[in-house]
Every structure is written in C-alpha cells, then in structure tokens.
Design a protein around this ligand. Structure first.
Ligand SMILES: *Cc1c(COP(=O)(O)O)cnc(C)c1O
Length: 416
C-alpha cells in the first residue's frame, strides 16, 4: 500500500464522466520511476535487462512504456509473444519461459527470435521438432532446496518448474553437442518475496553454477536470469524492498564469484509484480450496504475484475476517496455482486463510514490484477486507463461490451 494516493476524488469524478466505474488506472510516472531505479541499481552490469513478465499486465501501452525504458518481455504463450512483437519488442529482448510447451509455441518463439528458456531436458526434442536449435539458449534450474524461498511457490522441491542439477548439466551437455554457443541459467524459487537477500542469494547460487559448467562442460554461460518474485508490501506495516541494496547485494556476489573466476556475464530479471503492482488501482463505486449477521459494503467491481482476494485470500488496501483522513468507524466485508461467497475484496475491514456513491480505490492491483479477469456471471471486464503526469487519463483498453462477451458463439443458434 502507498502512503498516499496519487489522485484525488475530483480527478476520479472527472474521469468518470467518460469512463464509468469499475476501471483500472495505472500511474505512468511511477512505473517509469520504478524502472529507472531498477536500471540504476544494476547499472554496474553492462548487459542488464528487465524482461517484464507480460502475464502481470498484458496491455500494449504498458509494454510500450517499458520498451521505451529499455525493457524486454518474458512470455509464456503465443498471444504474449505476438503482443510483445506488436509493441516493438522482439529478438533477444524476449525471454520465452514456459513449461509444457507445444511445438507450435516454440515455432512462434523462434520466429520472433526470443531466447528460449527450456523447462525440462525433454523439451530439447520438442524444440527440434519446431525448427533448429538456436545459438543462444537458456535452461531453467530448480534447486530443490533453497533457503530464501518464502513458501508462496511452495518449497522448490514441490515446484513443477525447472530441472534438477543433474538434468540441467545433461541439458547443457546435449545442447553444446548440438551446436549451441551461448548459454543462460534461469531460476525462480520465490514469489512476492520482501527479502532484500532473495536475489543476491539466488544470484550467488546461479553464478556458482556458471563457473562450474564452464569448468566441467566447457560452455560459456553468458547470462543469468533471476526471473521475478520480488514482492511489494500489500499489507500495512510491511516493508518495501530496497532495490538499490538488492543491486548492491547481487554486485557483491558477482565480484566474489563471477569476476573472481575471470568471467563476465549479463543479468536479466523478469519482474512483473514489482514493476506495475503498486502503480495500478482498481477504482469502484459503492453501490450497496447490508447488515445481516455481518455488515457488508457492496461495490460495482467483482472478483471478475480482481480475483486475487478470492483465490489466494490476498490482502489489498482499500481507501475511500475524500475520506482518507476520517477515522475507521465500521468493520465490514467489501463485496462484489457475483453469486459466489468468495467474491470479497476484504473481510472484516475497518473503513470510514461509507455511503452510496462513494468511490473506493483498491490498491496494489497493477500486476496479476486485470490480467486474471474473467467473465463469470456474465460480468464484463473493465477498461484500463493510463494516468499521465498532469492527471489526465488515456484509455489503454476499453471495457468489454456484450458483443465481446457473445463473440465466440452464435447466440441465435446452438452452432458456432
Ligand atoms: C510469473 C513469472 C514472473 C513474474 O513474477 P512476479 O512475481 O510478477 O515478479 C517471471 N518469470 C516467470 C517465468 C514467471 O512465471
């Protein structure tokens, strides 16, 4: 949660003249600043690149903003590859990190020139079926045990991703034999980590592997992909990570392991949540109040707009515009209108007294928010807006219409 919202009730009332609630709004300036700080933290590493995890916020205006700041993307499907390419990101600026990949997906990844990140040694055969094995390739490592996981991905040995050490080594050996020249190592063993030591300790482990594989296999590991997993403070009292200190921690490991062994390599990150999470807001109107065995406040957004609370019990701070400084005098569940009882944005939340027409802002919704939207109960997905420095907004995705909802069927017959 942020200390203060970057927009006011009167800003939102102005936007609502054109865009009815619910809608998402992203803060362009803050996203820009976040990326600039990230690049500053890793400026000691000449090849550093953030490949934004498209799944976190798959909207072309966001991808273009990030592209202009030097970012690439991390993709896991053909539509994500196509969206990246059409947003001006292609070639080695794309990491294709997927598991259980179909041949046609590899074919598309090869077409756009993405760096392919193999999730399993058996994927080498799949990739060969799609075409030729490229000169540059990455493999995903699952260390099994890793001390800095926060358990959200489960223990690494419960995670479906990546290869064991022996499989990884075998994959590199085979790939070298097949003519691959440039190698990368990828690993993701935490999600939403608020530990400043997560990246540095993961980096140290992967740097050590790079040295070992050079010595034992004679391969050239030219990049390390630390993937995503850096968290944001959703709950009051949680401490934000310090990107400068994370960059320094990784630098220290780099000097002690990579440079000390006479090597150099580039660092890639694939953050999603950290880049857009805190800078996206779901704006919704209060449309009801109800008092039965518990007290409820109803809003016009539903879990179809933001499913994290419903599926993970995730916490999102909620502020009532214009009442930010009023004391919290009610304790309520904030609910949407789905015919499902998990459609709650908050449970037993203390809020200032609200009334019909108040505007509630659900914070930290900029990553894995709109992206996870769905259409249950015939709910249409909302618009996404980009807020500029002068607080004007541009629509970067219109709201779904009923025609969109019916687009995959012929409503007047039973056939398609
Ligand atoms: C989801 C994912 C990310 C981004 O994760 P965040 O928690 O949003 O930073 C990066 N890389 C891969 C391979 C992923 O699956």
């Amino acid at each position: 949660m942020r200390e203060k919202l970057p927009f006011s009730r009167s800003d939102v009332l102005e936007w609502m003249k054109t865009y009815p609630t619910p809608f998402y709004v992203y803060d362009e300036e803050e996203i820009r600043k976040c990326v600039q700080d990230l690049y500053r933290a890793f400026s000691w590493n000449p090849g550093f690149k953030e490949c934004f995890a498209v799944k976190a916020c798959p909207t072309p205006a966001i991808l273009r903003l990030l592209r202009d700041l030097g970012c690439g993307t991390d993709c896991a499907s053909i539509p994500e590859l196509v969206m990246s390419e059409r947003s001006g990101i292609s070639g080695h600026s794309i990491m294709f990190s997927a598991n259980e990949v179909r041949v046609e997906e590899y074919r598309e990844a090869l077409r756009v020139g993405a760096i392919i990140n193999l999730d399993d040694v058996t994927q080498i055969g799949q990739l060969e079926k799609a075409g030729t094995i490229p000169d540059t390739i990455c493999c995903r490592y699952n260390p099994g045990q890793f001390e800095n996981t926060n358990g959200i991905m489960g223990h690494a040995y419960d995670s479906k991703f990546g290869m064991t050490y022996d499989q990884l080594k075998e994959a590199y050996r085979i790939l070298k034999e097949k003519g691959v020249k440039h190698f990368g190592i990828h690993s993701m063993v935490a999600s939403c980590s608020l530990d400043n030591n997560y990246y540095p300790s993961l980096a140290r482990e992967l740097f050590t592997l790079a040295v070992r594989f050079r010595d034992e296999l004679g391969i050239s590991v030219e990049f390390i992909d630390l993937s995503g997993g850096i968290g944001i403070p959703y709950r009051p009292g949680e401490q934000a990570i310090d990107i400068a200190s994370i960059g320094e921690g990784v630098r220290k490991a780099y000097e002690e392991v990579v440079e000390a062994n006479g090597m150099s390599l580039s660092i890639i990150t694939e953050m999603g949540r950290y880049i857009t999470g805190p800078y996206g807001y779901l704006v919704t109107s209060v449309i009801g109040e109800k008092h039965i065995y518990k007290d409820y406040v109803g809003v016009d957004a539903t879990a179809c707009n933001l499913m994290r609370p419903a599926i993970y019990g995730a916490y999102h701070n909620i502020r009532i515009l214009g009442k930010e400084d009023e004391p919290c005098s009610i304790k309520v569940d904030v609910v949407g209108s789905l015919c499902e009882n998990n459609d709650k944005f908050a449970v037993d939340r203390e809020l200032p007294a609200v009334e019909y027409g108040d505007i509630a802002v659900i914070e930290d919704a900029g990553a894995h928010g709109h992206a996870m939207g769905y259409n249950y109960n015939g709910k249409l997905r909302s618009a996404e807006l980009m807020m500029h420095a002068d607080h004007s907004v541009t629509c970067i995705r219109r709201a779904q219409t009923m025609e969109d909802y019916f687009a995959t069927l012929d409503i007047d017959t039973e056939f398609c």
